[in-house]
Design a protein around this ligand. Sequence first.
Ligand SMILES: Cc1ncc(COP(=O)(O)O)c(C=O)c1O
Length: 385
Amino acid sequence: MMSDRLAHFEMPPQWSTMREAARLEQKSQRRIIHMEKGDYVSAEFKPPREAMEAMMQSLKLGYVRYSPGPGIYPLREALAEEMTRRGRPTTAEEIIIVPGAKFGIAATFLLFLDDGDEVIMPDPGYPPDEFWARYLRARIKHMTFRNPRQVDVEHLANLITPRTRLVVINSPQRPNGQIVENTDEVAQVLARFPQVTIVSDEIFSHIVYPPYRHRSLATYPELKDRTVIIDTFSKSFVMTGLRIGWVTAPVHLAQRYDILLQNSCTNVCTIIQEAALAALQAPPAYREELLACLQRKRDLAWAILTRSRKLIADNAQGSFYLFIKLPEGLSDQETVRKLLQHGVAVVPGSAFGPAGAGHIRITFTLDDASLREGMQRIVRLLDET
Ligand SMILES: Cc1ncc(COP(=O)(O)O)c(C=O)c1O
């Protein structure tokens, strides 16, 4: 007999769409334009050359054994510098290297939540947050947005009770690509509830288009020691499949992550850690060019979308997604099926929570020709409806 905790196990719709698209492509031999992935789709996107070289060099040097649980020290030091530059004074002991931000989220939920504890998370949000909360039998409370760029602080304050342990804030947000602007107000409210730990999921910290700026809640001195920052090399350095991220937390919490890591995955593969260190140290031109390329693709997708008479979206301030509102009355799930029949895979907004219903999420990391073709098909098909 399997554990009762597994009763809710099912593939979240975000990933089942991807699998369905892959299955259809294989079965029908038809080309699908992949706008459903949370990844860099076009081969033109590559990790920094320095990262690839460091990885190969460390393989040659035979770095294939266990390495220190919380991460190799030079990488922790380099990340501490990065976090300090971002406005949160950080020491290497406050950095824990994890196999991807997703693992960082799972670890955080495992460390903080008991049965019946409350966790507040954005709706729409990131499905694994909900998965782990349910696994741990915590009570999920959704924080909805009237304005996609503002946390409704009154609503947030009303959601918090003495049982609230975690508040998840994700900025730059996905699936909608908007930056939370009113961080001063959010910090003021959260400062009133010392029992609450803030999970600041900042995985798109580097993918922010000018003139917008990202500010972490951990940069507010009153929240610094109550905020756990989750970040990753996946999006900032095109290293999605290499599985490496980091958690920034005060030392007493970092030690808890260390214990969890030691008892689960032991350490992140050393050669990947060496690659991550080289990526961080690569010349700034790498990040600038990546951002410029993404911005150009965003603008290309946006230019086609705005020709539509029926579809609406806020242009992305960060991330590599557009979150498109469908015409009133159209089901996102049916729209996704219809688009797939016409060779375009996208994610239904309801995969990200009830407030996502009536939307579709598209990724604009495709090569220009596919991006143009995919956007044109979406606009043509949905404008006809
Ligand atoms: C909000 C959010 N958090 C975490 C992750 C996971 O990132 P990683 O690849 O580092 O596990 C993602 C991936 O898309 C994400 O969208």
